[in-house]
Design a protein around this ligand. Structure first.
Ligand SMILES: [Zn+2]
Ligand SMILES: [Zn+2]
Length: 137
């Protein structure tokens, strides 16, 4: 069975999505753009993402995705982009390892605060017994 028929997010044309997510025309365009980016990076190793965007017109998200996919390592160039929190060079995700740990700790703190609040509410409800609904408001 052919893929789902939908509008191409890039050009709006109806197409059968076979996993490319864009129509074949745009898919070819993306592939050509990716090749251009790879060529640029190979010829200009050490380029920063804004420079690549400037030189090739490729969107930043596409370049980051290519970094995550290791597309530049294939041509012998190590590429990274800055962590969104602290600016450390990373090659995967949005933030670096240490920021990830920090976020994780924050989440745990929040989670335990929520648990504590829930327990307090429960105790309060139990304390007020069956009249709690009327008395609390
Ligand atoms: Zn299209
Ligand atoms: Zn970081």
């Amino acid at each position: 069975m052919a893929g789902k028929i939908k509008n191409c997010p890039m050009c709006g044309k109806l197409f059968a999505d076979n996993g490319t997510r864009v129509c074949m025309d745009c898919y070819d365009k993306i592939k050509a753009k990716e090749a251009e980016v790879v060529n640029y990076v190979r010829d200009n190793p050490g380029s920063k993402i804004p420079e690549i965007v400037e030189a090739t017109g490729a969107p930043e998200g596409m370049i980051k995705k290519m970094i995550r996919e290791g597309r530049f390592e294939q041509v012998g160039v190590k590429m990274s982009y800055p962590c969104e929190k602290c600016g450390a060079p990373i090659i995967t995700g949005k933030i670096c390892q240490s920021c990830q740990e920090e976020v994780h700790k924050e989440l745990q703190k929040k989670a335990s605060a929520i648990t504590a609040a829930k327990q307090a509410a429960k105790q309060q409800a139990q304390g007020h017994g069956m009249y709690s609904k009327n008395k609390l408001s």
